[in-house]
Design a protein around this ligand. Structure first.
Ligand code: 7RM
Length: 649
């Protein structure tokens, strides 16, 4: 029986519960559930206590200035994020591994804090020699090489806001982002390695600079040896020539708490990318605190986040959060199936990773490949697993828990956005009883709510819109050069409340269940069905590895549910399986959500950051010309899907 609810029907029930393993809980950093109430009573004081653990050239006068929707944190304070990520650790941790890097071909390198500090200082001096001054923007277009982390920290050290553009982005995308930020210097490489091939970057960089007049100098990392004849005299300089020759002494610039730390572009719905602005002190405190508590960071942890630094996850949880904590952070250049499908697990084994933070899309790919690959490797060093980027279906969660975590590692599902800068909804692994598929509760000090169209909180078990009602330190400050869009996009729907554009429900225990983007909700006979729930029901079936559901116009129902399904590799497609899967969805969540059609596909269309692009699936299903495909990771996927769909219809 379908319950008609506020805004989005919440249909799926999940009964499994995982309290913190006793051994884990005993050693956890945070064991007292009282931290939630304490933070609620005085959230400014809560964040200020984390700030006290960090280094300040000058202490703040005031923790918070909140003039909605404009915020300032640690007002009057002077600090430097790179100083906190490096210099702060040069005492006891100077010989500790800071950055463990592995290249796809199998080369690897460990930088101690002392090493990383030296390299960052040299890179900072190199940037200065190229004319970069405090406040100048630097665009970074690099593969996942150590110089990427070094470049980011070098910018932070001298107060030059960085704008990292993911190495997989096109010429135009790079050019637009350079122009929007008016960058003075571009840092790039000849190429990087991906699936055994060289991904050439320098040619793209050069092409994008035609029509990007603000860039005066280009600093080029030699990684693949494929651009030795492409250096433009007077403009281009090799990293190894310039950086290696610099002095290893470079004082960290005392930055105002609200000076810009970086811009990071996210593609908005209108096509024009938004330069999300993050500032210095609040972002530093927010990522420091959440990395420490959510990942339960300990002195001897080997922490690996598999994201690319081109995305916010890499900024906050490969570079800034872990290094601010003095942790060992692992960085991997390449793809998970090179040379074989056990590469991630080989990396865990080789470095003894204790924490692994990855995305549901990767986990579902591993499910599709099968259990034999993790089984080849010793994963016993792992003690905590994390997930981010999309809702994690309960079956993917269970697979991760069992096959990677060996049934002993808490899985922290962490909800946040580029805009939020830091994790906002996630378990505290020593305290929180986990429910597979739920990001559980807001981090202490965070005020999140699920509301209906009118902004009224919906009841337990009902779906609605996720909003944030109190500022947090890592939040975006504006959209670069477009403050009106900042107000309009995030703050115009409800008064003094941040609109996330994600659907969500809370259960009777107050747990948050993310339901996907509100633009993706399917409207069947006035029931608003979450894509997440249909997909989870499908992935719950043993034959299915991944699924995307969408609404296709329907004369009677308004919309009909249509699903695109990727099967596990050992499973053949058949009409009987289509019928079985339709019934499975009906049984799991109700007849209202039964798909009218199910299509099998080897791949789903994904953004470059690996999120499923349902918008393009809607275009396919409606027989429309494809809308904007510039953010698509692999255009061939949607083209072949379209051909196959038109054939099947
Ligand atoms: C960190 C990141 C943000 C959007 C967000 C959600 C989705 C991210 C989760 C999630 C459910 C999660 N930044 N999202 N994490 N949905 N559970 N744990 O991904 O700016 O690239 O994307 O991603 O829709 O609004 S992002």
């Amino acid at each position: 029986m379908v319950e008609q609810t506020g805004n989005i029907d919440a249909l799926l029930q999940e009964e499994r519960r995982f309290p913190p393993p006793e051994e884990f809980a005993r050693k956890a950093n945070i064991r007292d559930p009282g931290v939630y109430d304490e933070a609620d009573r005085d959230f400014e004081g809560f964040w200020a206590r984390f700030a006290e653990e960090l280094h300040w050239f000058k202490k703040w006068d005031k923790v918070l200035e909140w003039d909605p929707p404009f915020v300032k944190w640690f007002v009057g304070g002077k600090t430097n994020v790179a100083y906190n990520c490096l210099d702060r650790h040069l005492g006891a941790r100077r010989n500790k591994a800071a950055l463990v890097w592995e290249g796809e071909p199998g080369d690897w390198k460990v930088y101690t804090y002392w090493d990383l500090h030296r390299e960052v200082c040299k890179a900072a001096n190199a940037l200065k020699s190229l004319g970069v001054r405090k406040g100048d923007r630097v665009t970074i277009y690099l593969p996942m090489v150590p110089e990427l982390a070094i470049a980011v920290l070098a910018c932070a050290r001298i107060g030059a806001p960085h704008s990292v553009v993911f190495g997989g982005f096109s010429i135009e995308a790079l050019r637009d982002r350079i122009n929007d930020s008016q960058a003075k210097v571009l840092i790039t490489a000849d190429g990087g390695y991906r699936r055994g091939n060289v991904l050439a970057l320098k040619g793209n960089a050069d092409a994008s600079l035609e029509g990007a007049p603000t860039v005066e100098k280009v600093l080029v990392v030699r990684r693949t040896g494929t651009a030795d004849d492409q250096m433009v005299a007077g403009r281009d300089v090799w990293w190894h020539d310039l950086v290696d020759a610099q002095s290893a002494k470079c004082d960290a610039e005392p930055m105002d708490a609200e000076d810009i730390l970086y811009l990071l572009y996210t593609s908005g719905t209108t096509g024009k990318p938004k330069g999300i602005v993050h500032t210095t002190a609040g972002y530093m405190v927010g990522t420091y605190a959440t990395a420490k508590w959510v990942f339960d960071l300990k002195e001897d942890d080997v922490y690996w986040c598999t994201a690319d630094i081109g995305w916010v996850t890499g900024h906050s949880y490969i570079v800034y959060g872990p290094l601010a904590n003095g942790a060992t952070t692992v960085m991997y250049e390449g793809s998970p199936d090179y040379p074989d499908r056990d590469r991630f697990w080989a990396i865990v084994e080789k470095y003894g990773a204790t924490i692994c933070y990855t995305a549901p899309t990767a986990i579902r790919t591993f499910m599709r490949w099968g259990e034999e690959f993790p089984k080849r490797r010793d994963l016993s060093s792992l003690r905590l697993l994390g997930s981010v980027g999309e809702p994690i279906n309960p079956e993917a969660w269970m697979w991760y828990w069992q096959n990677i975590g060996g049934g002993r590692c808490p899985v922290v599902d962490t909800w946040w956005q580029t805009e939020t800068g830091q994790i906002l909804i996630a378990p505290l692994p020593g305290i929180t009883t986990l429910k597979p598929g739920s990001a559980t509760r807001p981090f202490p000090g965070i005020q999140a709510e699920v509301v209906d169209e009118a902004g009224v909180p919906v009841g337990a078990g009902q779906g609605g819109y996720l909003v944030l009602q109190r500022p947090w330190p890592g939040m975006l400050r504006t959209i670069y050069g477009d403050p009106d869009r900042y107000v309009e996009q995030y703050w115009s729907r409800y008064p003094d409340t941040y609109f996330t554009a994600d659907g969500c429900k809370r259960d009777e225990d107050g747990y948050f269940w993310l339901l996907g983007r509100v633009d993706d909700v399917i409207n069947v006979s006035a029931h608003r069905i979450s894509t997440m729930e249909v997909e989870s029901a499908l992935v719950d079936h043993e034959a299915v590895a991944e699924a995307a559901s969408i609404g296709r116009s329907h004369d009677v129902k308004g919309q009909a549910v249509v699903a695109f399904v990727t099967l596990k590799e050992s499973v053949p497609a058949s009409d009987a399986l289509v019928a079985e899967l339709k019934q499975h969805v009906a049984t799991k969540i109700g007849a209202i959500a039964r798909p009218d059609d199910i299509f099998f596909t080897a791949e789903l269309p994904k953004t470059r950051s690996q999120k499923i692009m349902r918008r393009l699936l809607r275009d396919v299903a409606e027989g429309r010309a494809l809308g904007d495909t510039t953010t698509l990771a692999d255009p061939a996927v949607v083209e072949s899907l379209k051909a196959q769909y038109d054939d099947d219809e």
